[in-house]
Design a protein around this ligand. Structure first.
Ligand code: UFG
Length: 333
């Protein structure tokens, strides 16, 4: 497929879930680079104030007519698709909710994109597609064997994208498999604002703030040096930058592909807790509890592919900085 011959300010990007945590940081980055952006979000977990650039359409992806009208009127050159449910333990309890929103609604989107001639999509996938990978760091070639409905719902979408790109020569996608996204805008304008957030860094900071009595550590008997789970925590602005790289790649006519988004090393729950205590100056209570269902012991990205092929150069590979920005944000709320 030939590249797109347009100036940045003429390149139109429709962002589903652009009012959410990661989506809003990408909308910010797109706006700062001068792209034309339109956010499509039902505000179920996102917020109007988080959309720093472009207009916002408040509708659901399940409303295919509204979606068709939005895409028909806006005529995006590419879609970035963030809108999804993202809580692993919730997906274990309510699998249909996940398949409906993450898989079926994505089908709606792809169907409408096809009808309206939109040929490029950047998809928010996840490290949860790997399940319990045999090799760590895990590369994009590893088998996809998710161990929870969240991961499966995303894996199914990846499969649909792959089949579409095989069927239609002019359809291109990039799937970005996020590892553990954390941190907030350095200027404190946007950050994780989902009230029900179960993510470790957010929970730790809310505990430091006194919103929770204690932080639970889910499992201290994992086969890791200190017994707690290890994750590859990546700053949300570096994730946003990966989307810009993926977009430029597709605009230049790049082939469909899949990339891990992580730094390539990890921290244990205990290391995160220690850093959170240091950054906040609060020695908040911590309780060791049993393992949480659906959790993987270790997830670390082999990120060499995205660094090599998309020339992605992360700027914030520093747990302390990640937690500091998240803490500044948390204190403002
Ligand atoms: N954890 C605790 N206590 C808490 C919360 C989390 O001990 O209160 C532990 C978890 O057991 C895990 C680690 O902290 O070991 C990270 O857990 P999170 O809930 O912060 O994140 P997950 O790794 O479960 O999932 C996140 C995203 C997924 C993504 C995955 C990729 O929610 O979308 O990272 O690694 F797929």
């Amino acid at each position: 497929m030939a590249g797109l011959e347009k100036k940045k300010e003429q390149v139109r990007i429709l962002v589903t879930g652009g009012a959410g945590y990661i989506g809003s940081h990408v909308v910010k980055a797109l706006g700062e680079k001068g792209y034309d952006v339109l956010t499509y979000d039902n505000l179920s977990s996102g917020n109007r104030w988080a959309v720093l650039h472009g207009d916002l359409i408040v509708t659901d992806l399940a409303d295919k007519n509204a979606l068709k009208k939005a895409i028909h009127d806006y005529k995006p050159d590419a879609v970035m698709h963030f809108a999804a449910h993202i809580i692993v333990p919730e997906s274990v309890r309510e699998p249909l909710k996940y398949y409906q929103n993450n898989t079926v609604n994505t089908l709606n989107l792809l169907d409408v994109m096809r009808d309206e001639g939109v040929k490029r999509v950047i998809f928010s996938s996840t490290a949860a597609v790997y399940g319990l990978p045999e090799e760590m760091p895990v590369s994009e070639n590893a088998l996809l064997l998710p161990i929870n409905p969240y991961g499966t719902s995303k894996m199914m979408t990846e499969r649909i994208l792959k089949d579409l790109s095989s069927a239609y020569d002019d359809f291109r996608y990039v799937s970005l498999r996020y590892f553990n996204v954390a941190g907030a805008d350095a200027q404190g304008r946007i950050g994780q604002a989902y009230k029900k957030s179960t993510h470790l860094i957010t929970r730790a900071l809310k505990t430091a703030k006194g919103e929770f009595e204690k932080l639970q550590i889910f499992g201290t008997d994992y086969p890791t040096p200190d017994g707690t789970g290890i994750r590859d925590y990546i700053h949300v602005d570096d994730i946003a930058d990966a989307h810009l790289s993926a977009l430029e790649y597709l605009i230049q006519g790049g082939e469909s592909d899949v990339f891990n988004c992580g730094y390539g090393h990890g921290y244990s729950v205990k290391e995160v807790v220690e850093t959170a205590k240091r950054v906040t100056g609060v020695d908040f209570p911590v309780e060791d509890t049993g393992r949480r269902e659906g959790d993987t012991p270790i997830l670390i990205a082999d990120s060499s592919k995205i660094r090599r092929q998309l020339n992605w150069k992360p700027k914030y590979d520093d747990l302390e900085y990640i937690i500091k920005t998240a803490w500044e944000w948390e204190k403002r709320k």
